[in-house]
Design a protein around this ligand. Sequence first.
Ligand code: MRU
Length: 356
Amino acid sequence: MRIGGENTRSIWVQPDGWSVGIFDQRRLPWSIERLTLMDAEDAVNAIADMATRGAPLIGAVAAYGLALALRSDPGDAMLEHAYRRIVGARPTAVNLRWALDRVLDWVAPMSPEIRAIEAYAEAARICDEDVAMNRAIGEAGLPLIQQIAARRKGRPVNILTHCNAGWLATVDWGTATAPIYLAHDAGIAIHVWVDETRPRNQGALTALELAEHGVPHSYIVDNAGGLLMQRGEVDMVIVGTDRVTANGDVVNKIGTYLKALAARAHDIPFLVALPASTYDPATPCGSDVEIEERGSEEVAIVSGEDAGRVRSIRLTASGTRNPAFDITPAALVTAYITNKGVIDSMDALTRTLHPK
Ligand code: MRU
């Protein structure tokens, strides 16, 4: 996808052939800055401090983090140490453990001499597969938008999304945004309601992406969705997810659950876009997932751009709580848009994404 007019993925191996490049998402949308990861600790810090974010991208960074660790020391002790460090960087998105397990399972039986090169190869495969899965999610979701567009007779289809489940949160395309990009490219009139997503305002990243792609959109405060749904100004909700548990519960950015409740109250389709890497059949239900609690400063202090300079100001001196994710019960999900097609029942989700 595009940023600053340039086509790029969200993660790449640098021309030196080993260090790993990412965008510093703490600086977006005000400033496009890149970070270079030189070792596993750089990967841990980038994930924990949200320089990089979004479930699939966290997985890709984690995979390269293990490769970077093995480059300096390919022994068993380092493999185990780096795995434990990286897996602990953030608790909620299952893609982190999924990607680390893939690299670990691939390289552990190999001799230390070839582990680093094979870890890089597996990390590259994880990235390429993520791009293909997101593109497939787009193709699966496009007909859902087309069906609504046919009823709208040329009037734009209004899609509400929460957080950033765009290409900046994946390796490319995004999950929730992939059907949106394909619909726009197919000439379907669409308009996206972009939830601000306090406290980290990931909606600003979604808005940046949509603007670069020329997709009409409006940035709204998190509480606006209810009114818009009540007024018939939302045709469908599409969100991404950090983990879908065995029973179909959806763990996603804080605020997702309220949108699902409002969508159900107004009979609006609530759709969850996910690649197979975000499905966690080993965890029975959403309440079994550790919900990340982040620091209180994220809530108490807001940052923004002022005449080209990023400034931060304190909003409150009171104590805060900052749960970063919530759980939308499976019963509120109209359908899951996956890389294997649109799935509207739990049995089918398990059969399709985790065949025995
Ligand atoms: O805290 P973040 O920004 O990592 O949370 C991101 C989300 O909640 C996304 O909606 C989710 O990871 C899906 S990304 C395709």
